[in-house]
Write a protein that binds this ligand. Sequence first.
Ligand code: DC
Length: 213
Amino acid sequence: MIVAVDGPAAAGKGTIARRLAEELGYAHLDTGALYRAAALRVLDAGIDPDDAAAAAAAAAGITQTDLADPRIRDDHTAKMASRVSVHPQVRAALLDHQRNFAAHPPGGAKGVVIEGRDIGTVVCPQAERKIFLDASIEIRAERRFQELRGRDAKVTREEVLKDIRKRDEADRSRAVSPLVPAPDAYLLDTSNLDIDSASAAAKAYVLGGVGLP
Ligand code: DC
């Protein structure tokens, strides 16, 4: 069973995908972390983000150590991830890993929950369950602000809102694998839901209770 969880930044994908995986005993993959790790390599090596071949080589070289680097969560890294993710070569470099994870869940799990932007449309269009999470941009910016504030005292609400708006536009308008709901996705707007209610709705859908097309 493949559960695809897609949506824009700070819609609640991370928390909901992790909870679903935990409750269902499925393996979990955060594909945004792959793009962030690639971006961190680009930043650390001083690679020109417009150099698609060099960025793709950086993406192909990511390791568990890169994925464990706390700097992948920085806003700065997220912006670079959005930038390098426009290159088809970068996306191709990360595709096999994502598809292998879906085909061979680690630990012999019976299913996977994979979160990202293009899981239900491109990476695993055959997924049995597809959730597209969304929330108003103000609410997503507030959530991300609260999350980042703990680590970076200098960040402001206005900056976070501006960055999320920019990243939304870039992720939605890129030519390859843009952020768009799969036609058969269950659309879940979390603007007015707390995390428990949103997780419960997602779980009910996965178990076949509601929202099935
Ligand atoms: O989900 P996130 O905020 O960690 O993702 C960071 C960036 O990575 C996002 O702005 C675009 C890119 N990304 C992508 O292009 N495709 C994915 N499946 C996941 C992330």
